[in-house]
Design a protein around this ligand. Structure first.
Ligand code: PLP
Length: 399
């Protein structure tokens, strides 16, 4: 009898099976650029696509294939394609879906380089983009045009941590013949399954929770077999943002522990969000796991748990925020997220600095806003570190 394993079990095993030739429990890395044909006939058949098999690593590689299958399975998707970065995945997916004259709808406050890519598509290739607050379904509906081909959603979106209703937006997209692409970097399929909710393509910065250890830059896209095959044969093959087999192997190693890491990220984040909530030096806490988050109910419905990233506003302004960033010792002052260490940063002057000040203000990315990507250290140690940084502000707040 075939049993469907739990996702935790599939993350450990899934496509990562012992080597069939040697029995090595950890599959080998196929660190090779090309694959030798047995004869000219075979070479011809491989290129013609009449015989299955590898040709050249930019077109496919066994280590990459194992990663692609493993992540596709995690996301309930038919197939996947790996890329050399999250932006490699996002740019290849969007360029494959869009043509001159098309329109795209995108989450307001989307990842900075996704915004940069869309500006470039607009200027050079006449693909227009409108940005909307995806947590407001009316705005989404009103912004869809006859020429809208893609809706691109990031949820939760950082640093404001707003949530978009993936199922509702997918219905709108499909009514209008558009493709829904979801950037699932903040959750991974372990916490949120956009494909099951109706999304067509899920993209990832695998640099974050999938790799999980801060040692790889990588991306992946998953979706229907034909869409993925099309991306592989066009924007992966011809633009060439292919992942190195060694980096794919590091991701395969990292992703096996995703369930236990993510459980700890979430457990720690929930505790820290509640610690912030009760802190007199903290003005606001933005975390979907808190009952006062505006989309808490939606988050509970759509996500298994609220994730590991929290934004919070300290009492005061930029100076007070800087004090916290300069005082933490355990938390590392850096961008990125989704790794074992707790990482802290200042969106207004770092990840979101490219957004004009006035617009930033409207979006709630104020100068006193700090983002923490909670790591898997002991939660009491993280809180101890934050407390020694926040304590002096408390005295200011009390004065
Ligand atoms: C980091 C990130 C990206 C870009 O990924 P890279 O691997 O750095 O290219 C895209 N989207 C989100 C939400 C991210 O956090």
């Amino acid at each position: 009898m075939k049993r469907n394993w739990h996702m935790d079990t599939d993350l450990v095993h899934g496509s990562i099976q012992p080597c069939s030739q040697t029995g090595a429990i950890v599959p080998p890395i196929y660190q090779t650029s090309t694959f030798v044909f047995s004869d000219a006939e075979q070479g011809e058949q491989r290129f013609a696509g009449t015989e299955e098999g590898y040709i050249y690593t930019r077109l496919g590689n066994p280590t990459l294939a194992m990663l692609e299958d493993h992540i596709a399975q995690m996301e309930d998707a038919e197939a996947g394609v790996a890329f050399s970065s999250g932006m490699g995945a996002i740019s290849s997916v969007l360029i494959s879906l869009l043509a001159s004259g098309d329109h795209m709808l995108c989450s307001d406050g989307v990842y900075g380089c996704t915004y940069g890519l869309q500006s470039m598509l607009q200027e050079k290739f006449k693909v227009a983009t409108n940005y909307v607050d995806m947590s407001d379904l009316k705005q989404v509906e009103q912004a869809i045009k006859p020429e809208t081909k893609v809706i691109f959603v990031e949820t939760p979106i950082n640093p404001t941590m707003k949530i978009a209703d993936i199922a509702a937006i997918s219905r709108m997209a499909h009514q209008h013949g558009a493709v829904l692409v979801v950037d699932n970097t903040f959750c991974t399929g372990y916490l949120q399954k956009p494909i099951a909710l109706g999304a067509d393509i899920v993209v990832h910065s695998a640099t974050k929770y999938i790799g999980g250890h801060g040692d790889v830059i990588a991306g992946i896209a998953v979706g229907k077999q034909d869409m993925m095959e099309n991306i592989r044969q066009t924007t992966l093959k011809d633009i060439g943002g292919v992942l190195s087999p060694f980096d794919a192997w590091l991701l395969l190693r990292g992703v096996r522990t995703l369930a236990v890491r993510m459980d700890r990220h979430v457990q720690n984040a929930q505790r820290i969000a509640s610690y912030f909530q009760h802190h007199t030096a903290v003005q606001t806490v933005l975390y979907p796991g808190l009952s006062d988050h505006p989309q808490h109910e939606l988050a509970k419905r759509q996500m298994k748990a609220a994730g590991g990233v929290i934004s919070f506003r300290v009492c005061g302004g930029k100076e007070e925020a800087r004090h916290v960033l300069d005082s933490v010792k355990l938390c590392k002052l850096t961008v990125s997220l989704g790794e074992v260490s707790s990482l802290i940063q200042h969106p207004a002057t770092m990840t979101h600095a490219v957004i004009p000040a006035e617009r930033r203000q409207q979006m709630g990315i104020t100068d006193n806003l700090i983002r923490i990507a909670v790591g898997i250290e002991h939660v009491d140690d993280i809180i101890f570190d934050l407390e020694q940084a926040l304590h002096p502000l408390q005295q200011l707040a009390n004065r």
